[in-house]
Ligand binder design. Structure first.
Ligand SMILES: C[S@@+](CC[C@H](N)C(=O)[O-])C[C@H]1O[C@@H](n2cnc3c(N)ncnc32)[C@H](O)[C@@H]1O
Length: 297
């Protein structure tokens, strides 16, 4: 792919530098050019975005760094890889090459898990986050459900390294393993299983944004010919891990609600009778986003 560069150093006045960056990002087709220009400016000057109006001039060093970051964003490097972090619920999650950037829609999945665990009254629930990536979901649950013991499973070594880094000093325990057969010692003992598995149909490879196609790890994205290989694997793993009455939440593509619900409603022969209360739930934008179910008692 050809690389574009923003050759000139950014103007000295911050406001002008942001305007120039905005124009460069907009002409490169970056979806939210003003937001990204301001986020990168805030990162460079080290102040929150709402306070940028208090900054007058950029130093020579700041102008150089800002221009370099804008050039990389023009080339569609994800914003979060440039700043090194992504917001997720109440946390900032460290991210970079090799790990999937956590998305806002997944916050609804984590939020449902938090609410259910708090309502359950279980003082130290056992939770498993399969396909954990950066460990964003696992860390949010550990942060918001004080007694929870959270196991996070990731198969890819580079992503598992980010998860371990983010989990340092927390109650999240990271396991580098395949979700399909991880944690057999917890079979039948887990209170809640959550997963955001790869779920895009392989045929969508040419349709996704350059940030996704060129930077998100392939193992985080592609879910086989119908996009359902990930949810199928999670249904089987959750059936094995959960105790009777335990809960599962699995994220899916926004057009896959009925198909994923069907996986839990005995469309898979081995799942017959295994699940109750199968529900398709929506994200904050109102799109079908995850299926929840209760392991039959
Ligand atoms: C869509 S990303 C989700 C990451 C994170 N849970 C989040 O919501 O931001 C899916 C993750 O699952 C991992 N993965 C894919 N197949 C896996 C498997 N069989 N076992 C464990 N992890 C897997 C990928 O490497 C990737 O990190």
């Amino acid at each position: 792919m050809s690389q574009s560069t923003v050759n000139a150093k950014a103007p000295q006045r911050l406001r002008e530098a942001i305007d120039h960056a905005h124009a460069a990002l907009a002409s490169a087709g970056v979806p939210s050019p003003r937001h990204d220009a301001e986020e990168l400016a805030a990162f460079v000057v080290g102040c929150p975005r709402p306070r940028l109006h208090m900054v007058g001039d950029l130093s020579a060093g700041q102008r150089t760094v800002f221009s370099e970051l804008i050039s990389r964003r023009v080339n569609r490097v994800p914003l979060q890889y440039l700043t090194g972090s992504a917001p997720f619920r109440y946390l900032e999650i460290a991210v970079g090459p090799g790990v999937f950037v956590p998305r806002p829609e997944t916050e609804a999945v984590a939020g449902w898990c938090v609410d259910e665990l708090l309502a359950s009254g279980i003082s130290a629930p056992f939770v498993v986050d399969l396909c954990t990536g950066s460990a964003a979901i696992a860390l949010s649950i550990a942060h918001e459900v004080k007694g929870a013991v959270v196991h996070a499973v990731e198969r890819e070594p580079a992503a598992a390294e980010w998860a371990r880094r983010n989990a340092t000093g927390t109650r999240v325990i990271v396991h580098e393993d395949d979700a399909a057969h991880a944690l057999p010692e917890l079979d039948g003992a887990v209170d809640l299983v959550v997963a955001n598995p790869p779920y895009l149909p392989d045929a969508q490879r040419e349709l996704v944004d350059p940030e996704v196609r060129d930077h998100d790890p392939a193992a985080a994205l592609w879910g086989g010919p119908d996009g359902l290989d990930g949810p199928r694997m999670i249904e089987a793993a959750a059936r094995r891990l959960l105790k009777p009455g335990g809960l599962v939440a699995v994220e899916h593509a926004d057009h896959h609600g009925p198909q994923v619900a069907a996986l839990f409603e005995s469309a898979v022969e081995s799942a017959a009778g295994a699940w109750e209360q199968v529900v398709v739930r929506q994200d904050l934008a109102g799109r079908d986003r995850f299926v929840t179910a209760c392991r039959a008692r």
